[in-house]
Design a protein around this ligand. Structure first.
Ligand code: NAD
Length: 489
């Protein structure tokens, strides 16, 4: 019988009932677990438990609140290899990618451990004679995060450490496709010593999410996933009077100038476009070559794409794993087929291949489509697979125009040796995360993850100081103590 992935409510592991969903290993195409699916009454229990824990947790001094996070950091380090294997098994990425995402997650735990400084407000003495004014940050109450399948280790940690260090009680609703990583994380959380109710794990799908969005005691919702769902969650959460920060999908353009170092550029671009099987919200998905860059870039990209080693992520030398599901593989193959029928050139075709020894896996090999029309549906469709589209521009202005025509705004990058061109691009690109000679411009934990446009709904982003602001409300106090005035003693 498949291992059942449980909820964690009030520091106790529990099932939500009979309803489960299979969890698959995408390299083998076989079931490895079953996740419990939580109906509204189980969500209600989790929220009530968190709410009951809130008063004592918010009164716990911030220096004490971060102590379990310090312990969690060391537990994560100690178990990194074990958790990486779980990520690879349920999500498909390579060992290096799984370790890499955990490192970025741990950075967020480390950053939140600095909460005694981060949460500080500010004060003015004598705003009028003998009157002082202070701003304090106070937690909201029960907050939740709903996370996607593609970074099961890192993305929950974009939110969880900041939420609890600022004094909130936090409930995680991970992707039902990859719940095993969160279960592993919560096994460590159990050992880190958080009081009951401060951290909860509730598994499920849409019904579970809706119950969280509608529960009156949930004060704030963090979401990462596709744009249609991000828009839906932002609308429903804010209509219910909650704070919301919702990160959506992407279609990231990258300009390649003729003066770029082509060897380095194509290697970095291959990691960006095909790393994590292209299932990264910061994957390079459209390369815009300028002028003479077209020929050498296309040739060299074709070589690096065709030579990428694809297979099960914990096998030696594997550079790329499968996509998440058979449905995803078939959807991507159809997009490639439709592009071919529309007359696009398939520089490299990744359809119809299988990694040796893994016949039932969900394989799409690296693919490059040349001559994508900037006005076509394909140009603005998030493929979320290892497919790079090529467009061509006459000069940097033309290329920036193509970048800024995209409706998303998660990331835009440029490869060039020219500081002037790079500076112009940095200034004009309509995207929240910008890379210069970088393929995946992922902000460190102490910077906001700054998606724009259709890639983000809200105002405060995940991570760092934005996380602190999102999870706290400001209280301003104006005070006068007449007897303290020295002249009156
Ligand atoms: P998804 O939108 O399908 O699911 C995300 C979460 O929402 C899951 O927990 C899921 O259970 C829940 N959900 C799905 N449909 C729902 C519905 N109709 N109502 C309520 N809840 C629902 O996303 P995914 O396929 O898991 O993840 C891939 C997507 O996430 C891509 O679009 C990718 O670009 C995006 N992503 C964005 C970022 C970012 O920082 N902007 C980071 C990672 C992934």
């Amino acid at each position: 019988m498949a291992t059942k992935i449980l909820n964690y409510i009030g520091n106790t592991w529990s099932t939500a009932g009979d309803q489960t969903r299979p969890v698959m290993n995408p390299a083998r195409g076989e079931q490895i677990a079953a996740v419990t699916m939580s109906p509204a009454e189980v969500v209600g229990k989790a929220v009530d438990t968190a709410h009951a824990a809130f008063a004592a947790w918010r009164d716990t001094p911030v220096g004490e609140r971060v102590q379990p996070l310090f312990r969690l950091k060391f537990l994560l380090e100690e178990h990194i290899e074990q958790i990486a294997r779980v990520i690879t098994d349920e999500c498909g990425k390579t060992r290096a990618e799984s370790i890499g995402e955990l490192r970025r997650g741990i950075e967020n735990v480390e950053t939140a451990c600095g909460m005694p400084s981060l949460i500080q407000g500010y004060s003015n003495e004598d705003i009028a004679s003998g009157i002082d004014e202070h701003m304090f940050r106070q937690p909201l109450g029960v907050v939740t995060a709903i996370t996607p399948f593609n970074f099961p280790g890192m993305i929950p940690l974009w939110f969880l450490p900041y939420a609890v260090a600022t004094g909130n009680c936090f409930i995680l609703k991970p992707s039902e496709r990859v719940p095993m990583t969160s279960a592993k994380l919560f096994e460590l959380i159990e050992r880190a010593g958080f009081p009951p109710g401060v951290l909860g794990l509730v598994n499920g799908g849409r019904e579970t999410v809706d119950a969280l969005l509608d529960h009156p005691k949930v004060r704030a919702v963090s979401f990462v996933g596709s744009t249609p769902v991000a828009r839906y969650i932002y609308g429903r959460a804010t209509a219910n009077g909650k704070r919301a920060q919702c990160q959506g999908g992407a279609k990231n353009p990258v300009i390649v100038m003729p003066d770029a170092d082509m060897d380095a550029t194509t290697k970095i671009m291959a990691d960006s476009a095909f790393g994590c099987a292209g299932q990264r919200c910061l994957a390079a998905s459209v390369a815009i070559t300028v002028g003479d860059a077209r020929k050498p870039f296309t040739q060299q990209m074709a070589d690096v794409a065709a030579s990428r080693v694809v297979g099960y992520g914990f096998d030696d030398d594997v550079q790329m794993g499968p996509v998440i599901s058979g449905e995803s593989r078939d959807r991507i193959a159809k997009i490639i087929g439709d592009a071919e029928s529309a007359g696009l050139k398939l520089v490299v075709d990744g359809r119809g291949r299988k990694a040796s020894g893994y016949d039932d896996g969900y394989w799409v090999y690296p693919t490059i489509l040349d001559g994508v029309d900037p006005a076509s549906a394909l140009a603005s469709t998030e493929i979320f697979g290892p497919v790079l589209s090529l467009m061509h521009a006459t000069d940097i202005d033309d290329a920036i125009r193509l970048v800024n025509e995209r409706s998303y705004g998660n990331m835009a990058c440029i490869f060039t040796e020219s500081g002037a061109v790079a500076r112009k691009f940095r200034h004009e690109a309509d995207a929240g995360n910008v890379g210069i000679n970088i393929g995946v411009a992922a902000p460190m934990a102490y910077f906001p993850f700054s998606g724009w446009n259709e890639s983000f709904f809200g105002d405060l982003h995940a991570q760092g100081r934005h996380g602190v602001e999102f999870y706290t409300q400001t209280k301003v106090v104006v005070e006068r103590w007449p007897k303290s005035w020295s002249r009156q003693f």
